[in-house]
Design a protein around this ligand. Structure first.
Ligand SMILES: Nc1ncnc2c1ncn2[C@@H]1O[C@H](COP(=O)(O)OP(=O)(O)O)[C@@H](O)[C@H]1O
Ligand SMILES: CCCC(=O)OP(=O)(O)O
Length: 353
């Protein structure tokens, strides 16, 4: 029996689970305080590692007894989907934040730490840089600037497969729009198993989210940077973790804003309404790339627990296709299964070079 620890760091949470083969035995979603998630990314590693170690001891588990750690993959060079063994090249790229900064980088570092200290196998599956974009959506109107694919690849694909299974179809027979609404929000156009267009949900484009600005009017933002004499790192920090609901409401906790909105707070209602319209516009854009051939629109992520938000989005997009909601995430199961498949030889492990 394979003993698998699953480690999944999101921008606002650390999710940990323990699997025996493909069965979930224990799991926890640790919500971190604002003080922790606003720290410089590399300085969060101790708190995040502590959360994972506390989970192990609370469940009478120890690193020595594990066979595998399966982690959410971070910002690497663009790669194909699949399961990759964590190696030193990968760790160099995530720990130097060469391709960007996100908590998922720390997941990979934690898995590597267990591999080095305890000799367990360490893998990542479908990292946030999975890139299946078609060429026309990469090009922008400035030579030298291209759109790139950074999104919730793991959960979007896991939820899309779950939906396909529920209607006795295969993932690669369907055209789906999958919208993950977490700390970041991404909407992917899945055409027969490939994500041919998706917004860069980290510091790129798309709807505003709890921690991110999303698409901004270009010249106004250029002026904002110049007026505030911002460095590249400062701009990156604002876009990737200091904007969206944080900028507008002072918190990344959507639930807190929602409670206020439901009590009639005008500002909170307006924030939710603006987010809902922006998410709907993003879905409309993906529907166009799929030429209107959309089998279903699937909502997932922490914010998909909010019927209030889903009910605000639905009237704008229900003409496109049927909608289905998968609150939370299927990432833990997808990570456990990814590691299980390569450990049992049903899928070939990939190498990051
Ligand atoms: N029941 C709920 N209603 C509204 N928002 C929720 C609910 N549960 C969680 N959220 C919000 O979802 C966001 C976190 O989503 P999650 O997918 O866990 O994020 P991440 O994995 O990026 O850390 C937070 O803003 C949180 O407040
Ligand atoms: C980096 C893209 C994935 C993402 O936005 O994850 P979170 O919602 O966990 O921040």
């Amino acid at each position: 029996m394979l003993k698998i620890l699953v480690v999944n760091l999101g921008s606002t949470s650390t999710k940990v689970a323990y699997y025996e083969d493909t069965t979930a035995v224990a799991g926890e979603n640790i919500k971190h305080s604002k003080e922790i998630v606003q720290k410089e990314m590399i300085d969060q590693i101790e708190d995040r590692m502590k959360a994972v170690n506390n989970f192990l001891s609370a469940n009478d588990l120890s690193p020595e007894m594990l066979d595998v750690v399966s982690a959410r993959g971070g910002l690497l060079k663009p790669i194909q989907g699949g399961t990759y063994e964590v190696n030193s090249e990968m760790v160099e790229d995530v720990k130097t934040f060469k391709y960007g900064k996100h908590a998922s980088n720390l997941s990979t570092m934690i898995a590597y730490e267990y591999q080095q200290q305890y000799g367990v196998k360490a893998f990542i599956t479908d990292p946030v840089v999975v890139d299946e974009l078609i060429d026309p959506v990469r090009m922008t109107g400035i030579k030298g600037i291209e759109r790139i694919s950074i999104f919730h690849a793991l959960n979007q694909k896991a939820v899309a497969r779950k939906y396909a299974e529920s209607i006795s179809k295969k993932y690669d027979e369907l055209n789906l729009i999958v919208v993950h609404m977490g700390g970041g929000i991404t909407a992917g156009a899945h055409m027969q198993g490939r994500v041919i267009d998706v917004n860069n949900g980290l510091a790129g484009d798309g709807p505003m989210s709890p921690t991110r600005a999303g698409t901004l009017p270009s010249s106004e933002f250029a002026k904002y940077i110049i007026d505030n004499a911002l460095s590249y790192d400062e701009v990156y920090n604002i876009l990737s973790r200091g904007s969206g609901f944080i900028s507008l409401a002072g918190t990344e906790d959507a639930l807190e804003i929602e409670k206020k909105a439901l009590n009639g707070d005008r500002e909170s209602i307006e924030i939710y309404e603006a987010a809902a319209v922006q998410i709907a516009k993003e879905i409309g854009s993906r529907a166009a790339v799929l030429k209107g051939n959309v089998d279903a629109i699937l909502f997932t992520g922490g914010l998909a627990y909010s019927n209030y938000l889903i009910d605000m989005i639905t009237p704008y997009i229900s003409f496109i296709a049927e909608t289905k909601v998968y609150p939370g995430e299927k990432e833990m199961e997808a990570l456990a299964l990814g590691a299980y498949r390569v450990m049992t030889g049903t899928e070939e492990v990939q190498t990051y070079t």
